[in-house]
Design a protein around this ligand. Structure first.
Ligand SMILES: O=C(O)CCC(=O)C(=O)O
Length: 370
């Protein structure tokens, strides 16, 4: 623990005072990981479980038949993924809740880490470079990170992860910085492309070269909340690229979706977050004060202000039944259920989106559940 921390609202690894305390607080490999995260926004480690081979092989076997391999082979989807497989696969949960990782992250950030989302990919994700903070972010900011682990070796041909070293130090961009606000946040996702273009421009102007992580099986990469990262194109679609990402938040924060928020006019999209390890809902806490259900309801657009549950159900059915030219798009999964998609992603109900169009343009890349 750091005594008399002048800035407790900053993760220790992001603190401007980092150099003053790092050598007293950390040693050995932890010091070197802390430095990498502080300076470059990422760190590579060996996944700290002696049983990793057996666990990862078990996951690949368990999940194999849950993916639509034929669609992937035919090039009809950009990627294959399962979100939150921890809910039915204890081995996925075991990776997410690895005690050494939890202890390490808690030490590096100065608050207790907990896992809140898992993604399992059997192939490359081919995602554009992005910073996670637009999707899930904390108050105070930066108390979020991803731990990505390779289940097999990766090279140029099977879509390796990429990242921009040092992009953690680029400004944190929110809606107000790119001119989105007010009524726009009712439909925030059409603006997502602007974020992607901005990150590409930042890389160009800062002259930061994109680096690929040609991971060996069992290597893991920790990325900090603002590190711009994505998945390279998979050149050989006959190969696999099995990996798991676990996203972590830290205790004692607020948990939000910045892209669907406009705090300056009173809308903050607070998230319902579960600690995967305990299956307990995590309270939103700002500066030691827990936000009440009433406050969350008032601030969060997804709670559907003034919308009676019956009216909400009607709206869901109407949105799912409206004609959509995206209904037969090959990127819509065979088991896609538009009503479920809207129920699982309540911000889309408030934004009154076409669920098929939203899934093709955003949901697929954002790994939204359906
Ligand atoms: O595995 C990859 O290619 C990237 C994953 C990713 O960007 C994410 O989950 O946020």
């Amino acid at each position: 623990m750091l005594e008399n921390n002048p800035l407790p609202g900053y993760p220790l690894i992001d603190s401007p005072f980092f150099d003053d305390f790092a050598e007293n607080l950390y040693d050995g490999e932890t010091l070197s990981i802390a430095r990498n995260l502080h300076e470059n926004g990422f760190a590579v480690i060996e996944f700290p479980d002696p049983d990793f081979d057996r666990i990862s092989q078990g996951i690949m076997k368990d999940l194999h038949d849950n993916y639509d391999w034929e669609k992937w082979q035919r090039g009809e989807v950009d990627s294959l993924r399962i979100q939150d497989a921890w809910t039915f696969d204890p081995r996925v949960k075991q990776i997410a809740c690895n005690k050494n990782i939890l202890d390490l992250l808690s030490q590096l950030y100065g608050r207790r880490a907990f896992p809140f989302q898992t993604l399992n990919f059997p192939v490359g994700t081919q995602q554009a470079g992005h910073s996670d903070h637009v999707h899930f972010h904390s108050v105070p900011e930066r108390f979020m990170c991803g731990v990505w682990v390779a289940f097999e070796d990766m090279d140029e041909d099977n879509g390796p992860l990429f990242y921009y070293p040092g992009s953690n130090k680029w400004p944190i961009i929110r809606n107000e910085h790119i001119g989105i606000g007010g009524p726009d946040i009712r439909h925030p996702y059409p603006h997502y492309r602007r974020y992607v273009e901005l990150w590409e421009k930042l890389a160009e102007t800062q002259k930061v070269k994109r680096r690929t992580f040609k991971a060996r099986k069992g290597q893991a990469l920790i990325w900090t909340a603002n590190l711009v990262h994505g998945g390279s194109a998979q050149k050989d679609v006959n190969r696999t690229r099995w990996s798991q990402v676990t996203h972590y938040f830290f205790e004692g924060c607020g948990y939000t979706t910045p892209i669907a928020s406009d705090p300056w006019s009173g809308s903050i999209h607070y998230r319902d977050i579960l600690d995967i390890a305990t299956s307990q809902k995590m309270p939103n806490i700002i500066s030691g004060h827990e936000l009440s259900a009433e406050t969350l309801k008032t601030l969060t657009p997804e709670f559907g202000k003034n919308l009676h549950p019956e009216a909400r159900n009607k709206r869901i059915s109407a949105l799912a039944a409206q004609p959509s030219k995206f209904k037969n798009d090959p990127r819509i999964p065979g088991d896609f259920n538009a009503e479920n998609y809207l129920r699982l992603n309540p911000d889309l109900v408030d934004a009154e989106v076409d669920p098929f169009r939203h899934y093709v343009e955003f949901g697929l890349k954002e790994k939204r559940r359906y």
